[in-house]
Structure formats: structure tokens, C-alpha cells
Design a protein. Structure first.
Length: 151
């Protein structure tokens, strides 16, 4: 199988739930998804870094260039949110899981009444614990060239 075919098949499996296809998950995949959902709720919405870090492994590699690695980097980010954006809220619109990878599609609003950002967060887990994070953030524009939402 070519790398292109592998990428296409992997993408189709990842997008299956969004396309209305059914996909069964292993117990470990579902446990990984639940760990990431709990981490997100405790950290980003409740702003409780210590409770969120219970879901993190022995290391936390951060690929967002604006955030530091490790538990202390995460604590700093949550402290920033608590201080500057105490009413911020992130609503998870969709979650996807494939093995040790969990992907969230999120609507994050830092200040009530604003449009916020569309975010894709990618987490990699080892032994049921989060060890790596990537994200892509896109502001939600005032006007769209189409009638679709970003979610």
C-alpha cells in the first residue's frame, strides 16, 4: 500500500464519525478519549491545572510555540487564562480517536459575547496518559464567504 493510500485511508477513518459512518473503538481508545475530554474540562474550563495534570504522563511535550513544555508550562497557561480571561469557555464540538491519538474540534470563547476561535487540538497518549499536544487556531470571522459554520 502506498503512503498516499495509507494517508487517505487514515483520513477516512478519522473523518468517519463526521461523515455519519460508524467506527468501533477499542476500550483503550475510548479510555484515551475520555482522558482527553476530562483533561480539557478540568484545565480549560474549570481552570484547575492540578486536576487536569492528573491525566498527563511523566512528560508533556508542547508543540504550540506560545506555551512551554511540561506540567509547569501548562500551569502557567492556565494561570494566564484565570487571570486574563476568567470567563473563557471551550466547547468541544467533536472528538475523534485513532489509537493513541485524540483530536478535538473546539469552539473557544475567551470573552463572552465574542465570536472566539475554532481550534483543532491533537493529543498523543501513552499508557492512557497525555504526553504530547499540538493545536491549530483560527479566529471566527465576522463574515463568511459561504453559509456554513466552522463547526
Amino acid at each position: 500500500m502506498s503512503r498516499f493510500t495509507t494517508v487517505l485511508l487514515g483520513s477516512a477513518l478519522l473523518l468517519a464519525p463526521a461523515l455519519g459512518w460508524t467506527q468501533s473503538h477499542t476500550a483503550q481508545e475510548e479510555a484515551n478519549r475520555q482522558a482527553v475530554l476530562a483533561f480539557y474540562e478540568k484545565g480549560l474550563n474549570q481552570k484547575d491545572a492540578d486536576a487536569a495534570l492528573a491525566y498527563v504522563g511523566n512528560r508533556y511535550v508542547q508543540h504550540n510555540p506560545n506555551a512551554a513544555d511540561g506540567p509547569e508550562g501548562f500551569r502557567q497557561f492556565i494561570a494566564f487564562l484565570r487571570e486574563k480571561f476568567p470567563q473563557s469557555h471551550s466547547e468541544i464540538k467533536k472528538s475523534f480517536v485513532d489509537g493513541d491519538t485524540v483530536i478535538l474540534h473546539v469552539h473557544a470563547v475567551r470573552e463572552p459575547g465574542t465570536r472566539g476561535n475554532a481550534i483543532v487540538d491533537i493529543f498523543r497518549l501513552e499508557n492512557g496518559r497525555i504526553v504530547e499536544h499540538w493545536d491549530a487556531v483560527q479566529p471566527i470571522p465576522e463574515k463568511s464567504a459561504n453559509g456554513n459554520t466552522m463547526f
